[in-house]
Structures are given as C-alpha cells and as structure tokens.
Write a protein that binds this ligand. Structure first.
Ligand code: GLN
Length: 199
C-alpha cells in the first residue's frame, strides 16, 4: 500500500499524522498536486472549511482531489473535512465550495455557540467498542442519500458518521482523544481498496 496523504493546508493535520505514525502507516503531507502521487488514501482534517476551500484552490489541489474522489480514492474527512466531502451544505458562506462526493447534506456549526464543544462516547458501526469523540464547532449530517451508510449517531438521532463507498466522513475529532479506532477503520478501507493515485 502507498502512503496515506494528509491534506496539510490548515487545521489539525499534525494530529492526524501522529495517529498514522502511531499505527505505523506511511504518510505524506499533501500541500501540492505532486504530493498526491502514489497515495492510497487521503485524510482531510478538521479546521475551518472556508479556509481549506480557499487554500485548496490557491494551491491547485481542488481539481486533482475532486478527480481522485471520482476515481475512487479512499478519503476520510473529519469535521471541516466532512464539510469538504459533502455534496450540499447548510449555512455555508456565500462563495463556499466543497470537493463533494458524499451524497449528504451537512449543516455547518450545527450545535450553535451555546454548546460549541463537548466530548462523548459513541457507538460506531464496524467498531466493536465505544469510541471517544470530541465535537468542536461541529457540523452534523442533516440528510443522506440512498447509498449512504450511517455509522454513528448521537443519542438524539443526529447523524455524526457516514460512509459511501470509499468515502468516510465524521463530525468529530478522534485524533485529539488518543482514539485510534476510526483511523484503523480507514486504514483497513485503504488496504482493501488498493488504490494508488497516478497524478
Ligand atoms: N466549523 C468549522 C467549519 O465550518 C468546522 C470545525 C472543525 O473542523 N472543528 O469549517
């Protein structure tokens, strides 16, 4: 398997690199189109989706990432990364765009300013124990298309993790909770997909 790329323009990409290092998975920091060559998966970190959108255009990464998503590259988006994978947004800024690929509607900053951060434990389909999750000005998935598998919800039913084919999107941050299970789940997806980006 080739390395897993971590989009390293803005946000908590260092924490994702640390988790992959702890799992002994080879990594590459993705900052230019050339960095995408040979990757077997890509992580889009949490941060600020409007900034990741702008920087990915400036660094000429937006078009090649969209193409790789369409070709079936396994991609894992956390929080702002989930926003970047959504086909449709609620509460986007006026010019905000996403890479898209996930047939979901994602609402940004869904918990409002009163409860903007919290930690909890979640059931996650495909992981045999509860996982630790930190929500930070988090989005939620407000609706899903027919091919989208819901992997985790909050007790009130709000959808916080989804998968569609090789795309995995979660509202929260396991990488700041010393929680490696979701990354292990994604690494297994990459091993199964055996994708090697040719850019
Ligand atoms: N609210 C942020 C956004 O819209 C996401 C927050 C996060 O990634 N922790 O991009």
């Amino acid at each position: 398997m080739g390395p897993i790329g971590v989009l390293s323009l803005q946000g908590d990409f260092r924490e994702h690199l640390e988790v992959l290092n702890a799992l002994s998975v080879p990594t590459v920091r993705v900052r230019t189109p050339e960095d995408l060559a040979g990757i077997s998966g890509l992580i889009i970190p949490g941060g600020e989706s409007t900034v990741i959108d702008k920087l990915s255009k400036i660094y000429e990464l937006s078009i090649p990432i969209k193409a790789l998503v369409a070709e079936g590259l396994p991609v894992f988006g956390t929080c702002a990364g989930l926003i970047m994978l959504a086909n449709e947004l609620l509460d986007a800024t006026e010019s905000q765009e996403t890479f898209g690929g996930l047939d979901v509607v994602v609402q940004r900053n869904a918990f409002g300013s009163q409860v903007d951060s919290f930690e909890t434990e979640l059931d996650f389909k495909g992981i045999a124990r509860k996982i630790s999750a930190a929500f930070i000005r988090a989005p939620i998935v407000s609706s899903v298309g027919p091919d989208v598998d819901i992997l985790s919800t909050l007790p009130n039913g709000q959808i916080v993790a989804v998968r569609q084919g090789n795309l995995l999107g979660i509202s929260f941050h396991p990488e700041i909770c010393e929680e490696y299970a979701v990354h292990e789940y994604f690494v297994a997806m990459c091993r199964t997909a055996k994708f090697a980006a040719s850019n």
